[in-house]
Write a protein that binds this ligand. Sequence first.
Ligand code: NI
Length: 253
Amino acid sequence: MIIDSHAHYTDEQFTEDLEQVFARCQTAGIEKICNVSYNLSSIDETIRLMEKYDFIYGMLGIHPSDSAPLTEELLASIARKLSLPKVVAVGEIGLDYHWDTPDRDTQKKWFRAQMEMARTANLPVDIHSRDACADTLEILREFPDVTGIIHCYSYSKESARDFLNLGYAFGIGGVVTYKNAAKLKEAVEYIPMDCILLETDCPYLAPVPNRGKRNESSNIPYIIEEIARIKGMDVATVEQTCYENTKRILHIP
Ligand code: NI
């Protein structure tokens, strides 16, 4: 069985055929899906999906690139929603210095505020970190009693050790199947198997052989195959271990 630990089914690319997509996912062995929010409207849409579908779990939070409109009042309204059933993490939160907007101080302010929110709610976090490895590690270190997942891990094997030392696990998705992803393949080889979770980040980052197309959770078996190849393990073991990791880290029954 497979859990997709990071998907965006509230994206408008899924409005026309969501039922068919979910039917394909079920056929492909996808048991549960964590739908991740990134702005205020996607938080409410994620809650609606969670309420409609048994197999959908939710992560609630504001992506760094969408953090400019945040206020203390809005944050308090998100914090109240964290106690809803099937909310498994605060996310996606973090730092994005690739797009680099809003300014870094604004991103850091709301990253810290949402780490504090996760600490208070006693929930794990789902971290988005792009071109911001050192600052991400610095802020995570300020919250030693919070852990979670580094989503779509993209840094080196050496940095993976730093995140491991802080108790974090790693979301591995379609990028691991790309020919030019040598650094990520090296990191995956290094990361202990009990710290790897499967994810799509769909509709983005479809694995080979569907690279460039709209992604969906039914593509996860391609990611499993590549992780199994890198680690010299059989696919059944990779699938089962990632399944257990996800349930343990996100407290999914
Ligand atoms: Ni995402």
